[in-house]
Design a protein around this ligand. Structure first.
Ligand code: CP
Length: 307
């Protein structure tokens, strides 16, 4: 099966049966990743360009490895070393990549909606690798894949997502995706980092971290995004950690053996101490591996369109 849209812009638009298809395909890709030779011909003859206007390690490298494992031609463009720095517009940059034969453009941008604008102006399929405070759909897909792999299902699972919900595109994408797949999502954080209206999108909300975590199957910390903070949203990182850190006592309110997750990069000692980030229940490292498998699946399914 191929995906219905040429682009992957967000979990909000992605139908549940296509989420299921991507996760099923990622399970096959993970088998390939476990082999000695990871090279496959799935994307032979295809061209992929990663266009990153913000820093990234996990997303950028996992897309690059995913593309290269499947034999695609892969090029990376950073805003500060490209003609963007000379004033070229996003649309002109996209059209330039189109003319070079890019089949897929992967974009990370600080402005919400930038991938949507690009998608309207290029022939290539566009993948949103994180746009401002809006969405980070491939992170949600890898999170959902990890939960399903570990717990066997998404339906009925309680997921507590704790931290800087206001600025978190990961929280928004997970909220859309998880609720669509029948999971129960509880969002928690300081009142100043909780935007209004979340309940109308299917989330339960609280400012009490223990209430959020109580009987949860999954506890997911969110990064405090220092680069997006306006002043005054919370007094200090130390104050945040005192009330919202996912420390062992807080985690003890979750179900025994509950999964500990974090999209990374982790601010150790802020969102959670190292004793939790590295504990037996933590699947943070497996999330990174699963990111490659999920992105392999997505690239494969997107390039099958029209075949
Ligand atoms: N989780 C995530 O998006 O990490 P990077 O910023 O390193 O890509």
């Amino acid at each position: 099966m191929a995906l219905s849209s040429k682009d992957m812009l967000g979990m909000k638009e992605l139908p549940a049966h296509e989420i299921e298809e991507i996760l099923n395909n990622a399970a096959v890709m993970k088998q390939i990743l476990m082999q000695d030779s990871k090279k496959t011909p799935h994307l032979l003859g295809k061209s992929i360009v990663a266009l990153f206007y913000e820093n990234s390690t996990r997303t950028r490298v996992s897309f690059e490895l995913a593309g290269k494992y499947m034999s695609a031609a892969f090029a990376s463009v950073s805003a500060n070393t490209s003609s963007v720095a000379k004033g070229e517009t996003l649309i002109d940059t996209g059209k330039t990549l189109d003319m070079m034969g890019a089949d897929i453009i992967i974009i990370r941008h600080p402005c919400s909606g930038a991938p949507h604008l690009l998608a309207k102006h290029v022939e290539a399929g566009v993948i949103n690798a994180g746009d401002g405070m809006n969405e980070h759909p491939t992170q949600a897909l890898l999170d959902m894949f990890t939960i399903r792999e570990k717990l066997g299902a998404l339906k009925g699972v309680k997921v507590a997502i704790v931290g800087d919900v206001l600025h978190s595109r990961v929280a928004r994408s997970n909220l859309w995706g998880l609720t669509k797949m029948g999971a129960r999502v509880m969002l928690a954080g300081p009142a100043t980092l909780m935007p209004p209206g979340l309940n109308s999108f299917g989330a339960e909300t609280t400012t009490d971290v223990r209430e959020a975590v109580k009987n949860a199957d999954v506890v997911m910390g969110l990064r405090i995004q220092k680069e997006r903070q306006q002043s005054g949203l919370f007094p200090s990182l130390r104050e945040y950690a005192r009330y919202f850190s996912l420390n062992p006592e807080v985690i003890s309110h979750a179900k025994p053996g509950a999964l500990v997750m974090h999209p990374g990069p982790v601010n150790r000692g802020v969102e959670m101490p190292s004793s939790v980030a590295d504990c037996e229940q933590s699947v943070i490292r497996e999330q990174v591996t699963n990111g490659v498998a999920v992105r392999m699946a997505l690239l494969y399914l997107m390039t099958r369109r029209g075949n």
